[in-house]
Design a protein. Structure first.
Ligand code: ATP
Length: 221
């Protein structure tokens, strides 16, 4: 068995501290790692700072007047301080936020096209969509449907697919199982497991510890 702890991690979070509005301390002393090609699960009760951790990694804190007030986020060995969300996406860090934020009035396929905006040209976008349809045939069947009318589980599949359209190397995913029926949770986790087997690295925040730990190589509480 290979000792992956010896390899330098793809993502390394050290002593992370986050403030909102300059005064609200939301997170203190957070440490975690994600190894290349592996899945790390972050578990914990409401308000523990899990979503905040993902936002600090993807650079989305700024949108909510949050800031990293201490500690470091290193990705591929590089300190991410001062690197904005778009640059992080270009480097391969893609965040599926909590709350199923599909583009409700657009079709499934239009959502995927939007997800592909970082691709160099339309041919690459088309290739990406074909790959998604091969991996998730259900989305091909639903491609002309309005995203806002999909079931919760279908919306979650679409969000993962839309994230895949920007060719991530590290996928951050927040509470993918929230409010879903057991069979749908199984389908979502089977998809995440398939994507990991293709080389994707994952950091997953979950309240459903059983589902998350079934997939994860490492877990933090
Ligand atoms: P949940 O599962 O409920 O989302 P969580 O572990 O993801 O919980 P966070 O959402 O990261 O926790 O919240 C951590 C702390 O930061 C909480 O006390 C929360 O009230 C606070 N917080 C989160 N977002 C903001 C914000 N935009 N402004 C001020 N405080 C915030």
């Amino acid at each position: 068995m290979t000792d992956t702890r010896a390899a330098s991690p793809l993502l390394s979070v050290e002593n992370l501290e986050v403030l909102y509005s300059g005064v609200i301390l939301a997170l203190k002393g957070m440490n975690l790692q994600v190894q290349e090609g592996q899945c790390t699960a972050l578990l914990g009760p409401n308000g523990a700072g899990k979503s905040t951790t993902l936002k600090a990694i993807s650079g989305m804190l700024k949108v909510e007047d949050g800031e990293v007030s201490a500690g470091t986020v290193r990705y591929g060995g590089q300190d991410q301080a001062g690197i904005d969300v778009q640059q992080r996406v270009a480097q391969g860090i893609v965040h599926v936020v909590e709350g199923r934020k599909v583009l409700r009035h657009m079709t499934v396929e239009q959502n995927l096209v939007v997800g592909g905006h970082v691709q160099p040209n339309l041919a690459a976008v088309r290739r990406g969509i074909e790959q998604i349809y091969e991996t998730i045939p259900r989305l091909k069947d639903l491609r002309t449907r309005t995203a806002g009318y999909l079931s919760g589980g279908e919306q979650q599949l679409l969000l993962i697919a839309r994230a895949m359209m920007s060719s991530p190397r590290l996928l951050l995913i927040d509470e993918p199982s929230l409010g879903l029926a057991p069979m749908m949770i199984e389908e979502i986790f089977a998809l995440l497991s398939h994507l990991r087997s293709q080389g994707l690295s994952l950091l997953i925040v979950e309240q459903n510890a059983q589902a998350a730990l079934g997939l994860a190589d490492q877990g933090y509480v």
